[in-house]
Design a protein around this ligand. Structure first.
Ligand code: GLU
Length: 303
């Protein structure tokens, strides 16, 4: 299939709607992002990249980072990871404390904040320098160095009262082993990583290649782990809109409040769309529209 004309057309159709939605405003670095930007990029399993719009502009990957930290934790911790983290959609806001109390400090899934903080704790235990290890893994996957945005990381830390509460709460249940500040430092930094659509499409291509590294073919995660990552994206990857994403798009997706959404067509391609304006569920409004158009025009879906 020839994908370039399809994504060119999607970018052209959505040009009239650039600026729709509301940009995340909880930290200044996100609040000042120009809402009129839109980018789309895809990477096929055999490494061909197509891009349109603002596909080379770096943005804050935010919760998309939870994919990479989970992949790294699966690699280092294996199935023991699931002693501390569930695999069910939460049905509650991504930063909810209530459910965590009922469920004795075991987060519902690795993509809500509590789950991602629990994953960060496992990484701090497993890696002598987890921040550097995570950054090196993401850089290796996309074939270019990537960096933390220290302004964003500092703002996340300065305003992350709920995440701080979640981490301490889990610690009180004995579900966090490491110093809470160290764990949160990793979490806030992973959220701050800046990447473009092209970089993210490349970096997530291991998910459409049964876990094989997009550039050197080495094992990033096993085939079974890649399948599980895709399953978790489909059921839990888009805040409280996973049902709507499955219904309208039918692909495993992971979104972030920076306006990025990564989608995977297993065994075919990975895709990243970005537009900073969010809908009321916290997902990129135009990003979701673009993915819906892509699935409709290509007929690609897991269903
Ligand atoms: N960094 C923010 C937080 O942890 C938002 C992450 C996101 O959902 O994209 O609360």
């Amino acid at each position: 299939m020839e994908f370039q004309p399809i994504i060119d057309d999607i970018a052209a159709v959505l040009a009239a709607e650039r600026g729709a939605g509301r940009v995340a405003s909880y930290i200044p670095a996100l609040a000042r992002v120009d809402p009129a930007q839109f980018g789309i990029a895809l990477c096929t399993g055999d490494g061909r990249v197509c891009a349109a719009g603002d596909a080379d502009v770096p943005f804050s990957i935010q919760s998309i980072s939870k994919l990479f930290s989970l992949a790294l934790a699966m690699r280092h911790v294996g199935d023991a990871l699931w002693q501390r983290i569930g695999r069910e959609p939460s049905g509650n806001p991504f930063n909810s404390l209530v459910q965590l109390e009922w469920e004795q400090g075991v987060p519902r899934n690795p993509f809500i904040n509590a789950g991602a903080i629990a994953v960060a704790d496992r990484l701090v235990s497993a890696c002598p320098d987890a921040r550097a290890t995570l950054l090196a893994m993401v850089g290796s996957l996309c074939g270019e160095a990537v960096a933390f945005d220290e302004e964003v990381a500092a703002s996340e830390a300065a305003t992350g009262f709920r995440n701080i509460a979640l981490a301490n709460f889990m610690r009180s249940f004995g579900k966090i082993d490491n110093d809470v500040d160290t764990v949160l430092d990793l979490y806030f930094h992973q959220c701050s990583v800046a990447m473009s659509c092209v970089q993210l499409a490349r970096a997530t291509a291991f998910l459409c290649r049964d876990g094989a590294h997009p550039l050197d073919g080495s094992t990033v995660v096993t085939e079974r782990q890649a399948r599980r990552l895709n399953a978790l994206m489909l059921t839990c990857g888009t805040y409280d809109a996973a049902g709507e994403f499955a219904f309208r798009i039918g692909l495993p997706c992971k979104s972030g409040v920076g306006g990025g959404i990564v989608a995977v067509v297993p065994d075919r391609l990975s895709l990243c769309v970005w537009s900073p304006g969010l809908d009321q569920t916290g997902n990129s409004l135009l990003g979701m529209r673009a993915l819906e158009m892509f699935a409709a025009r290509t007929g690609l879906s897991v269903f």
